[in-house]
Design a protein around this ligand. Structure first.
Ligand SMILES: Cc1cc2nc3c(=O)[nH]c(=O)nc-3n(C[C@H](O)[C@H](O)[C@H](O)COP(=O)(O)O)c2cc1C
Length: 178
């Protein structure tokens, strides 16, 4: 079994998936990872919509003009929704849930990619979030933060290596010694 550091090294965005459904015991583990995610003051200002309906996933894949179309080939899309009335740091809380979901995905032999929704436009009239809210019946006071597209990887990508580490981004005691 891989250590957490090894899982972090091996997690790469996966945008091409096998046409294979994800077993219910695996989706149950993914739900636990989301619901055990830490949040500021334990406010848990999030909801998660597990979408495995092919046509709905296809609609979600058109939520924005770039960076979402690959999702039409994913057997599962987890839509992460935040409630800004429950927390002023709902963005952080949703992001933490998203990455813990991605790491759990990696740990159980699946692949995923984050699709950014917050601050993205569907077209000149509509935000990507409002477009998704219509499709999924999400209440008006909530915002869609992101979607995590998940499935069995169609191909393995190389893990990160030590050669790619931006070691200069780690600072000791002060940003600069000058
Ligand atoms: C906040 C955030 C938003 C992202 N949005 C998208 C996206 O909309 N579409 C996409 O294909 N990938 C998206 N990604 C994936 C990044 O492109 C990817 O993580 C990055 O290029 C590093 O590659 P890796 O995930 O293989 O390490 C996003 C990642 C993060 C963390």
């Amino acid at each position: 079994m891989k250590t957490l550091l090894e899982l972090i090294q091996h997690r790469r965005s996966c945008r091409s998936f096998l046409p294979r459904a994800i077993e219910t015991d695996k989706t149950a583990q993914l739900a636990k990872a989301l619901l055990w995610s830490p949040s500021s003051k334990n406010n848990r200002p999030w909801d998660f919509i597990f979408v495995d309906d092919v046509e709905t996933i296809r609609l979600l894949s058109t939520c924005k003009p770039h960076g979402a179309s690959f999702m039409s080939g994913a057997p599962l899309a987890v839509v992460i929704v935040g409630d800004m009335e429950k927390s002023d740091v709902w963005v952080e809380d949703c992001a933490i849930a998203a990455i813990l979901l991605q790491m759990t995905v990696e740990s159980i032999g699946l692949g995923s990619t984050w699709v950014q929704v917050r601050l993205r436009a569907h077209d000149e009239q509509l935000t990507a979030s409002d477009y998704i809210k219509k499709i999924l019946n999400i209440p008006a006071n909530l915002e869609v933060a992101s979607i995590i597209a998940i499935g069995y990887k169609a191909k393995e990508r190389a893990a990160y290596s030590d050669a790619e580490l931006l070691n200069e981004r780690i600072h000791h005691n002060r940003f600069s010694q000058d």
